[in-house]
Design a protein around this ligand. Structure first.
Ligand code: ADP
Length: 323
């Protein structure tokens, strides 16, 4: 997708999102998330390629696409002068919800986003979290099978964010497909069945949060030794090095033991303990840490830096993923 001023904001993005999936688009500021989502919801036309939503082509049949989706933009669409009930009535009219169904639908949504108690108060007095919840409700009045949420929790405090996450999960549990963009790794990890990482307008990785973590990061086993003398630490390190079952990337002495970084640290721990027991090294405590999505992101950002200098050649191309 190229803007009129020549900015190529999104390049070669190709993805399939399945029915009922909670799909995340994760990337830093300026990565192209909003451009992508606006293309998906028919507000922008792709310069090349095509998009199908609910079976409709966004270029050939934009109206059918719009009627079958909910879209929550970064900027709120609610009218602060109006109450939640009034905002929902406006949304019902806008989305053409049959008159006889409107009141029931509104009550159901007020319950869903927990705004019944304030349903007749003007929205201008609401906290950021309450406004987001109302915004979420307004894009659901026509019961769309797919909703698009563009950075829905930016600017919310942690508690409000948690609450909003609950509503998104509930919407998804009801069978709605959710496509969400976020800058927050924790959010993607918590909510998404699958996610794509977008950087500089290209998808660099796609997978479940667990797949991305295990594909990219390494695991770390930290051992606390009863005898943490340098001599004993060196003996343990030798034992670890000899252990064929463990693909150690790095082994270090720590204040009270040894830390081992490996691709398969978790699955190799029982072999490791057997071997250390045979070597008479007594372990008083141990901890295994899996990589976090932060590690994944840092690793990717690092790869990207290398790519930018040309040393690593081409960066990873967007990939097509089918369920
Ligand atoms: P994100 O949502 O991930 O923060 P955006 O899709 O907003 O990223 O922006 C992607 C790139 O496109 C950025 O380099 C941004 O400056 C550029 N961009 C966004 N909107 C426009 C526009 N209307 N005209 C020109 N360039 C734009």
């Amino acid at each position: 997708m190229t803007y009129d001023d020549g900015t190529e904001a999104v390049r070669g993005v190709s993805l399939d999102v399945g029915d009922g999936e909670f799909f995340g688009f994760l990337g830093p500021n300026g990565a192209g998330k909003t451009t992508t989502i606006k293309t998906l919801v028919t507000l922008l036309h792709p310069t090349e390629g095509s998009v199908r939503i609910n079976g409709y082509d966004t270029k050939a049949d934009p109206q059918a696409v719009r009627e079958s989706i909910g879209y929550m933009a970064q900027e709120t669409s609610i009218d602060f002068e109006l109450t939640p009930r009034e905002n929902l009535r406006v949304a019902c009219r806008m989305y053409g919800v049959p008159t006889e169904e409107r009141e029931d639908r509104i009550e159901e949504l007020l319950d869903l986003v927990d705004l019944r108690d304030v349903a007749d108060k003007r929205a201008e007095t609401f906290s950021g979290g309450m406004q987001k919840r109302l915004d979420t409700a307004t894009v659901l009045v026509h019961r769309p099978p797919v909703v698009f949420l563009d950075e829905p929790t930016t600017g919310l405090d942690p508690e409000a964010r948690l609450r909003v996450w609950n509503y998104f999960e509930e919407i998804n549990d009801r069978g709605t497909t959710v496509f969400l963009t976020t800058q927050y790794l924790e959010e993607a990890n918590e909510l998404c069945d699958r996610l794509a990482i977008l950087q500089d307008g290209q998808i660099t990785h796609t997978g479940t949060p667990d797949e991305l973590k295990s594909a990219i990061g390494t695991e770390t086993v930290t051992l606390t030794l009863q005898d943490a003398s340098e001599e004993n630490q060196r003996r343990v390190i030798d034992t670890v090095r000899r252990l064929g079952a463990l693909d150690a990337v790095a082994i270090e002495r720590t204040a009270d033991g040894v830390a081992i970084e490996a691709d398969n640290a978790r699955s190799a721990t029982s072999d490791l303990f057997t071997e250390l027991a045979a070597a008479n090294a007594t372990i008083t405590d141990f901890d295994v840490q899996s990589p976090t999505l932060d590690d994944v992101f840092l690793t990717l950002a690092g790869e990207d830096d290398v790519g930018a200098t040309g040393a690593a050649g081409d960066t990873v191309r967007a990939q097509e993923v089918r369920r």
